[in-house]
Write a protein that binds this ligand. Structure first.
Ligand SMILES: [Zn+2]
Length: 184
């Protein structure tokens, strides 16, 4: 089932999300809905708060973000109860976007490598290190479960430039490409 994506301005996007246990109700269906919703919106990642649930769960499919011919280097993974262990490497700048903040992109600086501990959909614990685009998407989605949006990382001048556009998104005064839920 395709879920509506909560737009900028929704309070759930600003909450630190809660961990979940393996007996979380209808988890397999929820994960299937997350994939379906992300794919319908042509996203490369989606976090549970973006569909209105303040839980520490996100999905990533970074294949489409890899350079041509290197799509196989992407990851397709469910991350549950993730905690970043370490970020390392040089700071990299990349123009990010977000399904909750349509039609806005902006350069965000992040370390090029991230080590993260998480559980998969079977609640098996993993510790993985990601670099490049995989790290970028994981860091962006991880921010969502910490209640942080990429626009908060923009430089002050860029923040001022997108302010009016953000207010329009908050009000729902935008052209919809997929189902969204606004605060109004
Ligand atoms: Zn996002």
């Amino acid at each position: 089932m395709i879920l509506p994506i909560y737009a900028y301005g929704q309070p759930v996007l600003k909450k630190v999300a809660e961990p979940i246990a393996a007996d979380y109700p209808d988890l397999a269906q929820f994960i299937a809905d997350m994939w379906e919703t992300m794919e319908e919106a042509n996203g490369v990642g989606l976090a549970a708060p973006q569909v209105g649930r303040s839980i520490r769960l996100f999905v990533v499919d970074s294949g489409p973000m890899q350079d041509e011919g290197k799509e196989g280097e992407g990851i397709r993974q469910v991350f549950i109860n993730a905690e970043i262990i370490e970020e390392a490497g040089a700071d990299c700048s990349y123009a990010e976007g977000c399904l909750s903040i349509p039609d806005i992109t902006g350069d965000v600086v992040r370390p090029e490598q991230v080590t993260i501990e998480y559980e998969d959909e079977h609640f098996v614990t993993h510790t993985s290190t990601f670099t490049g685009m995989n790290a970028r998407v994981v860091q962006h989605e991880y921010d969502h479960i910490e209640g942080i949006l990429f626009t908060e990382h923009l430089k002050p001048l860029k923040k001022r430039l997108v302010k009016r556009k953000l207010e329009k998104i908050r009000r729902g005064d935008i052209e919809l490409k997929y189902r969204m839920k606004f605060v109004r």
